[in-house]
Design a protein around this ligand. Structure first.
Ligand SMILES: [Zn+2]
Length: 291
């Protein structure tokens, strides 16, 4: 699944080499790092007098170094906290260079998936697992950090893109980092999450007074783009629900989809990121939930 997700995203690398990441100040002390490499996640960082908090660190060590370079153009303070929004490597591959001494905040699910991945990788390479997860701070529901004059609410919205996502809400700065709960103008890849609750989580975000939304990938956005993405997922859910309850098989469901209002969302047939692929993922979730 992890490999699939990476493959699904990796295609967008074509044609972007040579570009550089964009860093945008979206509120006092708060910056969005929009990766030019679309297979590596965006990041968000907050500078406080106590140190720096970073949300997601990119695909690997080189991507982490690029992110740290941009952070260092703004502040020499230590990176003290890293939030990993979920376990996919494109969101946490740069942890050890971005904040070698940082506390890494994630969910139990993310921690266990990452530990397993790192242990398997170490065995393959004949090495000991790196220690970056020994200082992990695990949260079940929410933690609120007060950094300088800013309040940071880090919460688990329940299963959505994966079974262990985190969202980071910068309350007084009217900004939010969604991880892969939201991708700007694109179909998402779906892991073993929960589409029903995913839509609910996006509805919760739409109720917050946010002006700047940092997506897991692609351009900085506002509620307008997030609402469109949410409406696509809700429409897909409703159509699959109706056909599933009539007993239609998956190929019939995929053929019966009518999503003409969402054709502006990018779809990538080769990488299982299409309307039909999303329908298949949700159909599987319904089958697993069936009594
Ligand atoms: Zn992901």
């Amino acid at each position: 699944m992890l490999q699939n997700c990476l493959q699904r995203i990796a295609f967008v690398l074509v044609g972007v080499s040579g570009a550089s990441a964009s860093v945008q100040k979206i509120a006092p002390d708060l910056y969005a790092y929009i990766s030019e490499n679309d297979s590596s996640a965006n990041a968000t960082f907050l500078i406080s007098d106590k140190g720096i908090l970073v949300v997601d660190t990119g695909l690997n060590l080189p991507e982490g170094r690029k992110l740290l370079e941009e952070i260092r153009k703004i502040s020499p303070l230590p990176v003290r906290w890293i939030v990993n929004t979920h376990y996919h490597p494109d969101h946490r591959g740069g942890n050890s260079v971005v904040g070698p001494d940082a506390v890494i905040i994630s969910t139990h699910y993310t921690r266990s998936r990452v530990r397993r991945a790192l242990e398997e990788q170490a065995v393959q390479n004949g090495q000991r697992p790196p220690p970056e997860y020994e200082l992990n701070e695990v949260i079940d529901r929410m933690i609120v950090l007060h950094l300088g004059s800013h309040e940071v609410r880090i919460y688990h919205p329940g299963p959505a893109h994966t079974m262990g996502d985190l969202v980071v809400y910068f309350a007084d700065q009217h900004a939010i980092a969604t991880g892969d709960l939201f991708l700007t103008n694109s179909c998402p890849a779906m892991d073993e999450g929960d589409l029903e609750n995913w839509v609910h989580a996006l509805d919760q975000i739409l109720h917050l007074p946010v002006e700047h939304i940092v997506p897991g990938h692609f351009a900085l956005a506002t509620k307008k783009e997030l609402r469109h993405f949410r409406d696509y997922l809700a429409e897909l859910r409703d159509q699959v629900d109706r056909m599933y309850s009539k007993g239609l098989k998956l190929p019939q469901v995929q053929q019966g989809l009518k999503l003409t209002g969402y054709e502006d969302l990018r779809q990538f047939p080769k990488y299982e990121a299409t309307f039909a692929d999303n329908a298949a993922a949700y159909y599987g979730q319904l089958q697993r939930k069936a009594p």
